[in-house]
Design a protein around this ligand. Structure first.
Ligand code: ATP
Ligand code: SF4
Ligand code: MG
Length: 319
């Protein structure tokens, strides 16, 4: 299977007046064509920063300080802002966390969607509106939405608009950052069904970011677990659910009593570390029930334990 996205040793730091926040600190993974990679981890683990970095949209005072992002054969991390602007939305797009705010409140939905097409493709307004209507139909919205303003839509409808916008230029990869978090459970289920359907029909590759491991189980074929700026486990969904290797993943999975009962991942004792000064060795050691001496001293390498199933934990290495 062809590789859609390759992320190599990516580092993204925020240079704040109170210190350097190492939000993403040496992250590597691959998304193959048609893959949905679920990225899960507690609040502040660096999930959104990872998404922004892939699009070259890390907000100041943040910046990419190391590593590479390669989409198809294009090294995004080597492009100028102008070159990136051409690729954003057309080759890789993002449904942002709290995305409803990206809609312009004083512009009709049809006009703001058409503007993206006119800008990127140079087509006429009439042609653009035709494509807009096709996309609204695709995400299950009535066509009169074209004429409405954002405040005339429900939260679920707005989220569908934002998803339609992200797909407008048929990108190769869509990054969906907590696309259902602000929505009630019924609408959440509808949006999940929509994403699953689009994944099949449009043959999308996707990175699906969430707090909620039970949502990942519904849609992703691969899972990356993030802790304190690092991926600590990566593998197929089946393997990670059936045989979680990292103690942090095990705790996360224990925190969902059943796949149907959704719960935020907040019960694990202790708090994630301050990323300005993360603990030495394994960053999870202050909260890990299995922590050994070596864990406090040396960072465990991220290695393949079984075929396609990676983790970084000294429990699996002789020391
Ligand atoms: N603009 C910023 N300036 C300084 N620090 C930031 C900024 N944005 C994020 N951070 C810090 O970077 C780290 C990672 O944040 P990020 O938003 O990527 O986490 P997240 O996993 O998406 O969290 P959540 O689940 O709450 O959305 C956190 O420590 C956060 O405080
Ligand atoms: S390396 Fe040590 S502290 Fe870290 S998860 Fe493994 S056992 Fe726990
Ligand atoms: Mg986030």
């Amino acid at each position: 299977m062809a590789t859609a996205l390759r992320v190599e040793n990516l580092k993204v730091y925020y240079f704040t007046t109170r210190g350097v926040v190492k939000a993403v600190d040496g992250v590597s993974f691959v998304v193959d064509e048609g893959d949905v990679l679920g990225v899960a981890g507690e609040s502040g683990s660096g999930k959104s920063t990872l998404g922004y970095a892939i699009l070259g949209l890390v907000p100041p005072p943040g910046r990419i300080v190391g590593g590479r992002v390669i989409l198809d054969d294009i090294e995004l991390t080597a492009l100028s802002e102008d070159e990136l602007r051409k690729i954003r939305w057309s080759k890789v797009s993002m449904v942002f966390q709290g995305a409803l705010n990206i809609l312009n409140p004083v512009m009709r939905i049809g006009d703001q969607m058409a503007e993206i097409l006119i800008h990127h493709k140079g087509i006429s307004k009439e042609e653009a509106l035709k494509v807009v209507r096709e996309h609204l139909r695709m995400v299950g919205l009535p066509l009169d939405v074209v004429k409405r303003y954002p405040h005339e839509l429900s939260g679920g409808m707005k989220q569908r608009v934002v998803i339609a916008m992200a797909l407008l230029l048929k990108p190769r990869l869509v990054i969906a950052d907590e696309p259902t978090t602000a929505l009630d459970v019924v609408i959440q289920a509808q949006i999940m069904n929509l994403l699953k359907q689009l994944k099949e029909e449009e043959k999308l590759s996707m990175i699906f970011i969430t707090h909620d491991l039970s949502l990942i189980a519904e849609i992703a074929n691969k899972i990356a677990i993030m802790y304190a700026g690092k991926i600590v486990e990566l593998g197929s969904s089946e393997d990670v659910y059936a045989k979680p290797l990292h103690p942090y993943t095990q705790s996360l999975l224990n925190s969902i009593p059943s796949i149907k009962q959704r719960k935020r991942l907040s019960w694990i004792p202790g708090a994630p570390p301050d990323l300005r000064d993360p603990p030495p060795g394994c960053r999870f050691h202050p909260r890990c029930p299995f922590a050994m001496d070596v864990c406090r001293r040396e960072e465990p390498p991220f290695i393949e334990i079984e075929k396609g199933h990676y983790t970084s934990c000294w429990l699996y290495l002789k020391k």
